[in-house]
Every structure is written in C-alpha cells, then in structure tokens.
Write a protein that binds this ligand. Structure first.
Ligand code: PLP
Length: 377
C-alpha cells in the first residue's frame, strides 16, 4: 500500500516512540505532583517545552500543551479574544480549518463581529481586503500558515505587517506548516501559533499553542490550573515529549527533506497534468507545501477515483480527513472560486518521510486507469 495521505496524519518515527516510551513505562508520575515521581515527570515535560521553545525561538513558558491542533486553535481564538478587552472584532479567512473558522464564527453569538476575508484563485488571502477590515479596534487576526486542502502558503509577513500597524495580535494555525517551514515566531511575526503532534510524526491527540507572554489568554478548559492556569487537565507527558522530539527532528531534517519532497511533488504534479487531461491543479502552483499535490478531475467523481486508487494500492484523500464522509463541496475550494461540481472531484496526494520516487512512479502508472474507470461509472 502506498500511503499518500500524510496531511491527514503521518506515522510516528521509531525515535519518537523511543523518546516517549520511558514516560509510559517508568516515569509515570503526575507532573503536578510534588514528590519525586511527579518531579521526574515534570522534568520530562520541562525538557519537551524547552525543545519546542528552541525551534520556535520563544520562551519555554510561552508553550501551552494541548490535546492537539483543534484545541490549540480553539484556545487561541476564544482565549485571546475573551481576555482582550478592546474591540470585540475578529478577522480570519475563508480557507481556515474549521477549528479556527467555526470557533471564530461561534463568537458572533457572544457579541463579536467576525470578518471572514476572501482568497484569490490560488487560495492566497486577499491582503487588500484584510487591510481594509483590520482596525485599531480589532481584537484578533487569525490566518493559517499553510492550507490543509490545497497546500497554499499564506504571506504571513505581510499579514503580520498589517496587524503590527494596528497593534493587533496575530494567531496562525501552523498545523500543516510545522515540520515543513521555519517556525521562528519572531521571524514569522506571529503572537500565537498552533501545532499538532500527529502531522509531524508525533502522536495523535497531542499538540501545543505558542502564545507570546505579552498576549493575555483566558483558559477554555477550566479545572486544576495546569499549564499556568491556561489549560487545565493533567498533561500527557509521553505525548508532549513525542510532539517535541518530532518537531525538533522534522525541523532539523528540513534542509534535506524539503527539497526532496518538493522534487517528488513536482514530478507527481507534472506527471498527473501530462497523463490525465481532466486534471486541474488546485492551490498555488509554487507557493505551496513541499509535499502537497491537490487536483480536481473535471467530470470524474473524486470519491470514485479514491476508491479505484485504493483498489490499485494507493491511499490518498479528497482534501480534508475531517470532511471525508461528506458529499458537500469543500468550502475551501468554493472560496478559491472553483464551481461546486468541480470541487466535488477533489483528490489530494500528500507526501511524507516514507514517500519514495518509486511510489510516485507507481501512482503515475495507475492514476490514468483509476480516472478512466471512475469516468465510466
Ligand atoms: N488545523 C489544520 C490546518 C489541520 O489540517 C488540522 C487537522 O487536519 C487541524 C487544525 C486539527 O488538528 P488535530 O487533528 O490535531 O486536532
């Protein structure tokens, strides 16, 4: 089976599992306990926090462990706006993951004004529209670093400049970008950043939110006051260690892995466009995640292509794992101006550490048959 759905989740490496193992078997205390067993667990948690801070160029205390990307996004959006007295105005984009978009839209019911800025045909945020809606009274801007369905990278430096001009905090969902892009939060110009462990080779159900010390944050989960009162609940130390090690290793491998993935991805994109006349590349042609190739296949059901490919030994997805069982056209593709019929034909191939040139060659060999079979259904 050739697995080309690394954006849905990517398997943990052996090194990550070995780093987490002692915290599942030997160092099993509660990191909040004052005794020696608890202190040993806390030492592991502190080391994980420092490792993450090293990659982000932030202070360890600015890292809040969460149950994953979804919780980090919810905590960022809700936690920052409820803690920040000014404005009651949130700005985000039409291509955000639902963990950001739905969280922002839910704030309308709590008296917030929410502006959803559009994107162009490549999925890039409309900077003029963004600049026109952000004011000195805006509470928070949230713009993702890279899109999960079409792979488009957002121009965070320009987004940050707009936010800085108005003194507005910027949150970015970097769940897909982490491991592929440099995450130095000062260089990115962000005030809060969400990361998920399982998209990087860590464990599912773990992640973190970086939030700058100067930015106020209300908790979303109330309870025992862990994570300095910002996120209650006993932290899963093994998963936090796994996230930290996965992030550090992915970041260290980037210089080699990014060009490798990009070359494989370019070969896949060129081959698909050449051999499948119905194929349309979605997202930005160049400003996109290195391992991300997303298409629509005009006149052919995307779900049928996926089923045919699976029969032929290739697994990929229609765009977003969360929406895999929905017949609705993707809101992200509609936001790019793709019509609903074409949007329903989406197929996303996402490459990862295990992907080889032979895998790409095999996909290119079987895809025309899969699309042909789907066209005749
Ligand atoms: N944000 C983006 C861009 C994603 O792609 C995902 C997962 O697909 C999430 C957030 C949610 O992350 P998690 O699965 O860790 O909750």
């Amino acid at each position: 089976m050739i697995y080309l759905d690394h954006a849905a989740t990517t398997p943990p490496t052996r090194e990550v599992l070995e780093a987490a193992w002692p915290y599942l078997t030997q160092v099993t205390g509660n990191p909040s306990s004052a005794h020696e067993v608890g202190r040993a667990a806390k030492a592991g948690l502190d080391a994980a926090r420092e490792m993450i801070a090293g990659v982000l160029g932030c202070r360890p205390g600015e890292v809040v462990f969460t149950s994953g990307g979804t919780e980090a996004d919810n905590l960022a959006v809700t936690g920052i706006v409820t803690a920040t007295p000014r404005g009651r105005h949130v700005v985000t984009t039409a291509v955000e993951h639902p963990a950001v978009l739905e969280t922002a839209l839910a704030l309308r019911g709590r008296g917030f004004r929410v502006d959803v800025v559009g994107v162009d045909a490549t999925g890039t945020v409309d900077l003029d529209e963004l600049a026109s809606v952000v004011t000195d009274d805006t509470t928070l801007v949230s713009v993702m670093a890279a899109n999960n369905e079409v792979g488009t990278l957002q121009p965070l430096a320009q987004v940050s400049a707009i936010c800085r001009a108005h003194g507005v905090p910027l949150h970015s969902d970097a769940v897909q970008a982490a491991g592929h892009l440099a995450l130095d939060v000062d260089a990115l110009g962000v005030d809060a950043l969400s990361v998920s462990g399982h998209k990087l080779g860590g464990l599912r159900g773990a992640g973190f939110l970086h939030v700058r010390g100067a930015v106020a944050l209300d908790p979303v989960l109330h309870g025992g006051g862990q994570e300095r009162g910002r996120r209650s609940g006993t932290v899963d130390v093994a998963s936090a260690v796994a996230t930290a090690v996965a992030l550090q290793r992915a970041d260290a491998a980037r210089a080699v892995e990014t060009p490798r993935l990009r070359a494989l991805r370019d070969e896949l994109v060129a081959g698909v466009l050449e051999t499948v006349p119905a194929a349309v590349l979605t997202g930005h042609p160049t400003r996109r995640l290195p391992g991300h190739a997303s298409f629509c296949f005009r006149g052919v059901g995307g779900e049928t292509v996926l089923a045919e490919l699976e029969q032929l030994g290739v697994v990929c997805s229609s765009g977003s794992a969360c929406a895999a069982d929905s017949d609705d056209a993707s809101a992200v593709l509609l936001a790019l101006g793709i019509d609903a019929d074409l949007a329903r034909t989406a197929v996303r191939f996402t490459l990862g550490a295990s992907t080889t040139a032979a895998d790409v060659a095999e996909v290119l060999r079987v895809l025309p048959a899969a699309v042909g079979a789907a066209a005749s259904v």
